[in-house]
Design a protein around this ligand. Structure first.
Ligand SMILES: [Cu+2]
Length: 693
């Protein structure tokens, strides 16, 4: 791991090291070598990317450089993490070790939208099955990010930081950020700020409207590093304004989020230490279907004001054993959600979309890790209790039969018992066998669960508020849903000897009670959905599914300055109970890069190939997507230690292509027809300059 060497830093790094309790220290040290120059790394366990070095606007985009991972992008800064065929709420995403409560029922503020790229340090994805200690709910995968809050002083108190800006000609997209850190060896105060801005992006077939963006993110923090204890206090703010989400029925008018938290660690003795964490966030969000895209007729204007707020807390202990360690902990999260749809042209129209929705999670885990001479073992169990509830809903201002039917749906919802709870146990077993120096095998077994999301339970009126599915269909929830259970096996191989590093893995996930939409049998809901959207409703239901596939990262050092590297990912998802494919899986894809680097200069070219995605779901009429290949180039030049100059050309050959996971255009007035899959950006030249001090 690339930890700064100062004692203070080591002390501060206790925090992540303990949260990474998840991966024992020995594992980190002996992991297959990871050199992070531009983008990809080869790793058998934790695949990392240094986000602040990537020329990105949406941090989630970097997932495409991690084997098995991808992103469902509904707009320029709304990337939803996908890993091995699962996405959305199935993937745990943490910022500084804790989750964040999204305020948008369509994940317009997906967790990764809270980490602006230039002020984010590392993003890592746990390859394979996430350890139970990593997060309360992590059925599909675990993505960890950290804000880059600077370092403690090594000797004298000092000021440090950076200012930098990146600019892309396509859409005038800019990211500008700075950090100022005042620190001595024990105390550190850090200020971070980033502004991301852009107009509509151009594709070879025309402008993608609306794809403009504006996001401001700031964070102030204080850190203390003692001999036996550490403390971090932070407060931050995210303001996203007038940002397009063309794959969704509405666009972001604003997302205003306050975030705050504290984390501390304490070493009780040489062999026992504790970490405590708490974070709070509060989201105010407005979206509409008329402000940024071509507006519909006056009676069809819709805006949705939504809020989300919650607290996440955890206390965890690490006990060093003679050969290994024991981790244990408890955590609790609360999340509240409300959403109200109105029409500014009709004061009578109002839909209580979500009312006083609560989703609270408490859980406890134990994880035992044994470090053997040749083999390391990890056994973890987590028990989890999830409670949800919703207030009474209703709607007004709808005429005739529509009003009557909506009233019937509201009455049925309000008279049902809406208070639900689920008790589940997750278990993970991992074994790593070192065959020889730099060569290892990994065997992982997991049984992971997920209780339903609030949308899957409490969407009472057929709407597209589905956590960002963006399939254009209206859904209703089902308050009787069971938890999903995914029984999984993953087998991996790692070899890092001489010039060649390689880390292939294969996996199989058998998911019982997998939650997805099925045609609704609710006649009233179908009538309402037909009138509002022209198609009957889908209803969230427990079905059975399986996902299998393989992914690999590799790298070959050719000589002193040259290397080639790449990743490849393949995931296939099917229903087991009927003959259908799972929705919105990234097609098989591979990236091949060639890099030439010296001390101050690195030049890289890559070919990115995506196969056709013809394994599409019929239940929601998913469209197939043709395959494509792209060429991108990057140049990074450090004329001095303090200066970093970057330039990048994306889609060098100006190919016309469609990214399967970017979704379908839902916005009128774009150059891309409504109902057509969104096109990728045309040739895009970017440049950036960063000065560190
Ligand atoms: Cu929204």
């Amino acid at each position: 791991m690339k930890f700064p060497l100062s004692a203070a830093c080591v002390a501060v790094m206790l925090l992540p090291a303990m949260a990474n309790a998840q991966q024992p220290a020995s594992e980190v040290e002996t992991d297959v070598d990871e050199v992070v120059v531009i983008g990809r790394s080869v790793s058998t366990s934790l695949a990392r990317i240094e986000i602040d070095r990537e020329m990105l606007v949406d941090t989630a985009t970097a997932l495409k450089d991690i084997p098995g991972a991808n992103v469902n992008a509904n707009g320029p800064v709304t990337g939803i993490a996908q890993y091995r065929g699962m996405y959305g709420d199935r993937i745990s995403v943490v910022i500084d070790h804790l989750g964040v409560v999204s305020g948008g029922p369509n994940a317009m503020d997906a967790p990764l939208s809270y980490v602006s790229p230039m002020t984010t340090g590392e993003m890592s994805v746990m390859r394979g099955i996430p350890s139970v200690s990593l997060a309360p709910e992590s059925i599909g995968g675990h993505v960890s990010t950290q804000l880059a809050r600077g370092e403690f002083a090594i000797l004298e108190p000092a000021l440090s930081g950076f200012v930098g800006s990146r600019y892309s000609a396509n859409g005038n997209v800019s990211t500008t950020a700075g950090r100022l850190t005042a620190a001595n060896q024990r105390h550190k105060v850090s200020l971070l700020a980033e502004v991301d801005d852009g107009d509509d992006i151009e594709s070879p077939v025309g402008d993608i409207r609306p794809s403009r963006l504006h996001r401001e993110r700031s964070d102030i923090s204080y850190e203390f590093a003692g001999d036996k204890s550490t403390l971090l206090l932070f407060a931050g703010r995210l303001e996203t304004d007038d940002t397009g989400t063309p794959s969704l029925p509405m666009d972001i008018r604003y997302i205003d989020t306050d975030l705050a938290g504290l984390q501390g660690s304490f070493e009780v003795s040489e062999s026992l230490s504790f970490t405590g964490r708490a974070a709070w966030n509060d989201v105010d969000h407005l979206m509409d279907n008329f402000g940024l895209r071509q507006a519909p007729m006056a009676p069809m204007y819709r805006q949705n004001y939504t809020t989300g707020r919650g607290v996440q807390m955890s206390v965890a202990g690490t006990k060093a054993l003679q050969t290994g360690s024991l981790l244990f902990g408890v955590d609790a999260t609360t999340a509240d959600h409300d959403a109200t749809i109105t029409n500014p042209n009709n004061v009578l129209f109002s839909v209580a979309n979500f009312v006083d929705v609560e989703r609270d999670v408490t859980s406890a885990f134990v994880e035992w890790q044994r470090d053997g001479k040749r083999g390391d073992l990890e056994v973890g169990v987590r028990a989890r209790h999830v409670e949800t509830d919703s207030g009474e809903v209703g709607a007004s201002g709808m005429m005739g039969g529509m009003g009557t039917n909506v009233g019937l749906l509201a009455d049925a919802f309000n008279s049902a018992d809406r208070s639900r709870s689920w008790d589940d146990v997750d278990a993970v077993l991992k074994y790593r066998l070192r065959v020889a120096t730099g060569v290892e095998w990994r065997f992982e077994l997991g049984s992971k669960t997920r209780a339903p999301s609030y949308q899957e339970l409490y969407l009472w009126l057929p709407l597209q508020a589905t956590g960002g599915l963006a399939d254009g269909r209206s859904y209703i929830g089902d308050m009787t849903l069971d938890s999903e259970r995914s029984n999984e096996i993953a087998i991996g191989f790692g070899r890092d000897v001489g010039r060649v590093a390689i880390s292939p893995q294969i996996f199989y996930r058998r998911v019982d009670d997998y939650i997805q939409g099925v045609p609704s049998t609710n006649m009233t809901a179908n009538m309402v959905a037909q009138m509002m959207s022209g198609a009957p409703a889908l209803e969230f239901a427990n079905v059975d599914a399986e996902i299998y596939g393989a992914d690999i990262a590799w790298r070959v050092q050719l000589d002193g300055n040259w290397y080639v590297d790449g990743i490849a990912s393949w995931a296939r998802g099917k229903r087991r109970d009927v003959d259908d494919d799972l929705y919105r899986l990234a097609p098989p894809n591979a990236t091949l890069g060639v890099t030439w680097e010296t001390a101050g200069l690195a030049v890289s070219a890559e070919v990115v190939g995506y196969a056709e995605q013809d394994k599409v779901s019929t239940y929601n009429d998913e469209q197939k997507t043709p395959g494509y290949g792209l060429v991108n180039t990057t140049l990074v030049w450090n004329p001095t230690d303090a200066l970093r100059f970057e330039t990048r050309v994306d889609n060098l050959l100006d190919k016309t292509y469609q990214d399967h996971t970017a979704g379908i255009n839902r916005a009128n007035g774009s150059d891309i027809p409504v109902g057509a899959r969104l096109y990728g950006p045309e040739r895009t030249v970017s440049a950036g300059l960063i000065w560190s001090f």
